[in-house]
Design a protein around this ligand. Sequence first.
Ligand SMILES: CC(C)(COP(=O)(O)OP(=O)(O)OC[C@H]1O[C@@H](n2cnc3c(N)ncnc32)[C@H](O)[C@@H]1OP(=O)(O)O)[C@@H](O)C(=O)NCCC(=O)NCCS
Length: 149
Amino acid sequence: MEIREISNNKEKYMDLLLLGDEQENMVYKYLFKGNLFALFDGDLKTVCIVTKEDKTIYEIKNIATYEKYQGKGYGYYMINYIIENYKNKCKTLLVGTGENEKIINFYKKCGFKYSHVLKDFFFIKNYDHKIFEDGKQLKDMVYLKMEFE
Ligand SMILES: CC(C)(COP(=O)(O)OP(=O)(O)OC[C@H]1O[C@@H](n2cnc3c(N)ncnc32)[C@H](O)[C@@H]1OP(=O)(O)O)[C@@H](O)C(=O)NCCC(=O)NCCS
């Protein structure tokens, strides 16, 4: 298993990135300014994009594992790799997600703590259609954070 940083032909990973963020123009907002990481175990399993938001703040913008490979530990492996890579580069690592309990619990298990919520804002203002997950419309953006010293 290996994780590589991808600098060229980032669009090639769009199918998987759309699993983590279903609107393509939203992915393009951070695809080129962010650092793209791809996990290979034989073939591609998981991708993740991290952006610099401020001098001391980075943010995980997207993480996704192909559906048939989910639940096999690739997500944890990727997040731990990101934590190891960024803990000396910043003070805060943020991640934002819809109000999906499973995903929020996934980040909490990885060591993230609740930070703040953007109420009724993110998904309604930025997406051209309503986004549903597990039958529930996503409205708020929940932020979790990890602080390094
Ligand atoms: C979130 C995600 C990246 C996790 O990746 P993964 O490779 O499945 O991660 P892991 O195998 O390390 O599992 C992490 C946890 O998520 C759970 N999980 C993984 N896939 C799941 C699924 N399809 N449904 C429910 N839970 C799932 C695992 O059970 C595990 O929890 P546990 O430790 O309590 O058992 C993956 O589920 C995914 O791609 N989801 C769709 C895209 C998405 O929503 N991205 C987040 C955007 S903020």
